[in-house]
Design a protein around this ligand. Structure first.
Ligand code: ZN
Length: 271
């Protein structure tokens, strides 16, 4: 992909990332996403346009509110930067195809969910349930727009596979959570995790959603292990699973065929 469109995608990602900050802050609190404009969470100072530029304002202001001087959480510019990078990667992976629009929506939705889970340890139904609905709806639209079908790009599963994916994603994690609870007497996975994997199943189909869970668990073990190694602490320190699920589902949506091939090579099931 040429550098021009890629830069455009990154700038779009910055702007969307700024909106995802608003979503992550207000949606769990049941506040309006549109009005009022952004304000400092400490003193209520209403941000001028130049104070509200993604990443740039954070740097210009030295990470502090201009009015009260209190620190602005690093998660704000990090969300914007992450959204810019992932938007660029998604655009580069798919190019200007019909799949790009739903892929970007999927990407941004997952970023909002991951951010909220990191902040508050919840995955709100108000985001996971519409994500499942959108996946199924797109699988229906795919019937009429073959460019969205699995043969082109990462594509969408058909409606039957979409429903199967939903059932497998939700049911599988439900079984795992139940077994984990029985074995350890602890709650390891929340209901939000089940709904998120189910929603991803509606976008991925039954096979890819299994692999998404595998990737999420793999990532979670590696990163969780590193955190334990460098920071020590309680073995049961709850690291939210949502961001790992989001990462696994996102990777599967973009590189479904490649990852499935990689997995079957890994498990020695293919010659
Ligand atoms: Zn302030």
């Amino acid at each position: 992909m040429a550098i021009g469109p890629l830069a455009g995608a990154a700038v779009l990602g910055l702007v969307v990332g700024s909106f995802l900050n608003v979503v992550a802050h207000r949606l769990p609190r049941g506040e309006s996403l549109i009005a009022p404009g952004s304000a400092c969470p400490h003193c209520g100072h209403r941000l001028r346009a130049w104070e509200n530029l993604p990443v740039i304002s954070y740097l210009l202001l030295g990470g502090r509110c201009r009015e009260c001087g209190r620190g602005i959480a690093l998660t704000y510019p990090l969300t914007e930067a992450t959204t810019a990078v992932l938007t660029g990667v998604t655009a580069a992976a798919l190019g200007p195809t019909p799949s790009l629009a739903p892929a970007l929506v999927f990407t941004w939705w997952l970023i909002a969910l991951a951010r909220i889970d990191l902040d508050l340890r919840i995955l709100p139904d108000r985001l996971t349930l519409p994500l499942a609905g959108a996946g199924f709806l797109l699988s229906l639209i795919g019937l009429w727009f073959p460019a969205l079908s699995p043969e082109v790009g990462p594509g969408m599963p058909g409606p039957v596979d979409s429903l199967l994916g939903l059932a497998v994603g939700y049911g599988l994690l439900f079984g795992a959570a139940w077994a984990y609870g029985r074995a350890t007497g602890r709650e390891g996975l929340g209901g939000g995790d089940l709904k998120l994997l189910g929603a991803q199943g509606a976008w991925l189909g039954p096979v890819a959603v299994l692999l998404a869970l595998f990737l999420a668990a793999l990532l979670g073990s590696v990163i969780g292990g590193l955190i334990l190694l460098f920071r020590g602490g309680d073995r049961h320190l709850a690291i939210p699973f949502g961001p790992f699920l989001a990462a696994g589902g996102w990777a599967l949506f973009l590189w479904k065929a490649e990852l499935i091939r990689w997995y079957f090579g890994l498990s020695g099931l293919s010659g």
